[in-house]
Write a protein that binds this ligand. Structure first.
Ligand code: UD1
Length: 343
């Protein structure tokens, strides 16, 4: 899996993060040469060791924030990249409510800088990391890409909606960029080697890392946020996708952009499994797959949670020729294997 001189170079911002690091692996497997830029504000240097073990070689990595215009310009000058996958962003919903400017400054400035530098250096292909959070609580399920976006529930969510608009407006102004914004549903799991996975800072806000930490004894008990929703067992429904499936969707998106002869184009695509699972389903499946019993209680609803959201994935199938292949059981087993490795 060593890149050759002819492997197209792809700049992966946030490439040491959870989704970014798995995408780095998928890129190399598909014959690309990833170049990471990451400030390690929400990731660790050990991710680079995990990548080296999986790939058998180092991945070039610049330690910098993507708002650093001088460093970013230097990277574009040095690396002759043929595309960009832009993951780098702050993503903690609660913190974004407390520190909105931190989120708007970081998440929007870095995107705008990339959109300025890409045409300057003749780079046209951009895959952007968006989120199903832009749909809020949709009236119809599953959600298609035509489902109207609803006002964001948090500054974090708003940065995703505004970022999509910034890309769309830039491309509408005939800037020669071809972009695909991928609206992710809930990424979970880890690389099957357990060399890379999710590394939440502090107490995890997301369900699966909280489950695996509870199973490992790091947390005493899991709270299920509400069981009085209008769903089969009363708990919220989400579309949980294995992070390696999600990573592979990025590679497919990049391939599609490379094949396209358009000068400028913009589209959004849902990336999920198309299946909705309740919180209790996730707990039960985790217990069945791993043989570990989880200590959990039912608590009140979490403010800001939507009742249910899951993807219509027909556009991803048709446009990208991509579909999620890994089961929920596999995702939870991989998440658990990773947790055991790092505990
Ligand atoms: C959350 C963010 C979303 C972000 C996504 C990134 C919120 C409100 N939303 O989505 O903006 O894009 O992460 O991955 O934070 N749950 C429990 N107990 C827990 C943790 C979660 O019952 O300890 C439930 C939640 O109520 C929800 C489901 O598990 O129904 C999934 O929660 P989570 O993993 O936090 O993801 P989202 O809320 O969907």
């Amino acid at each position: 899996m060593t890149p050759t001189r002819n492997s197209p170079k792809i700049l992966v911002t946030g490439g040491a993060g959870f989704i970014g690091s798995h995408t780095v692996v998928s890129l190399v497997e598909a014959g690309f040469e990833p170049v990471i830029v990451d400030d390690f504000s929400n990731s660790q240097q050990s991710v680079l060791d995990g990548l080296r073990t999986i790939l058998g070689h180092d991945v070039r990595c610049y330690t910098a924030n993507c708002n650093d215009a001088a460093v970013l310009e230097e990277i574009f000058q040095n690396e002759s990249v043929s595309g960009v996958i832009h993951f780098a962003a702050y993503k903690a919903v609660g913190e974004s409510v407390a520190k909105p400017l931190k989120y708007y400054r970081n998440n929007l400035d870095s995107l705008m800088l990339l959109l300025e530098l890409m045409p300057k250096y003749g780079v046209s292909n951009l895959v952007f990391s968006s989120s199903c959070t832009v749909y809020g609580q949709p009236e119809q399920l599953p959600v298609t890409e035509n489902t109207p976006r609803l006002p964001a529930q948090s500054p974090y969510g708003n940065t995703k909606a505004i970022s999509e608009d910034i890309i769309r407006d830039t491309i509408q102004a005939n800037v020669p960029i071809k972009a695909l914004a991928l609206r992710y549903f809930n990424p979970i799991g880890a690389h099957p080697s357990a060399e890379i996975g999710e590394l939440p800072l502090g107490v995890p806000a997301n369900l699966v890392p909280f489950i695996t930490q509870t199973a490992a004894g790091i947390r005493q008990s899991l709270t299920v946020y509400g069981n009085d929703y209008n769903t089969p067992d009363g708990t919220c429904i989400r579309d949980y996708i294995h992070v390696v499936d999600l990573a592979e969707a990025h590679v497919q998106a990049l391939r599609k952009l490379s094949e396209s002869e358009a000068v400028s184009s913009y589209d959004v695509i849902n990336i999920g499994t198309g299946r909705g699972e309740t919180v209790l389903n996730i707990i039960n499946t985790f217990e069945a797959e791993t043989g570990v019993n989880l200590n959990y209680t039912i608590g009140p609803r979490r403010p800001g949670d939507v009742e249910q959201v899951y993807a219509d994935v027909s556009k991803a199938n048709e446009v990208l020729g991509w579909t999620a292949r890994r089961s929920l059981g596999e995702s939870l087993r991989d998440a658990w294997r990773w947790q055991q490795k790092i505990s």
